[in-house]
Design a binder for this molecule. Sequence first.
Ligand SMILES: O=C1O[C@H](COP(=O)(O)O)[C@@H](O)[C@H](O)[C@H]1O
Length: 259
Amino acid sequence: MAPVKRRVFQSKKQMAEELAKYTADLSSKFCKERGIFTVVLSGGDLISWLWKFLEAPYIDSVEWSKWHIFWVDERVCGWDDTDSNYKLAYDGFLSKVPIPAENIYAIDNGLGAQGNAELAAERYEECLKQKVNQNIIRTYKSSGFPQFDLQLLGMGPDGHMASLFPGHDQINEKVKWVTHITDSPKPPPKRITFTLPVINCASYNVMAVCDKEQADSAAAALTHTKDLPAGRLTADVEVVWFLDQAAASKLPHGWCSIL
Ligand SMILES: O=C1O[C@H](COP(=O)(O)O)[C@@H](O)[C@H](O)[C@H]1O
């Protein structure tokens, strides 16, 4: 199992700066190795911490044309809906960097707008399988699960990750790549989400968590004192939790050096 590292920052600004450097270094690695960098985004606060990419040196140095963008979860709504993780990412990041539109793979807009969660999940899984067949997405050893290069994840105050929520059965799905939920405890109720096996097949997983509201769940997830979805996060190569001091404030003493 991959090592789980923790990096605690004095500010969100510093965390965003380091997140950009970490991601850009992996972009260089994968673009050199295979000419493709598959990046999985989440919603929530994460997008607000990608601003550093819009500045030098990254805006000019990153090989954006080689990036392929996916979502670890998505609300079942149209792309123009304020609940949409696609809209959040497009408005705050994707519209400001030169990633080719054909390299951005969002939920089926029509099915999202219709609110058909089950079919939207099936369609997204079909999209992933097509990208595996086209050798855009790698597969994880013999499992056949898709292996993404980097996933940029977030956690809710209840310890949910993607749209895998505590006490909900989707966390136990072992066969599907993408599943759906229609009773999310966090609005909106209808969502699609990568399953845990897919999330944990990623080569590199980043969990970015800020603010004191997250401190209890961050500590519980990292010390495994509660069985939370975020606590089950692993990866093939490395997991790194990026935390600000407030989110890390309940971790055992000495667990993290503040950077
Ligand atoms: O609803 C969601 O919540 C999680 C966590 O969001 P955050 O704002 O607490 O960071 C997010 O990662 C997920 O993509 C989103 O659908």
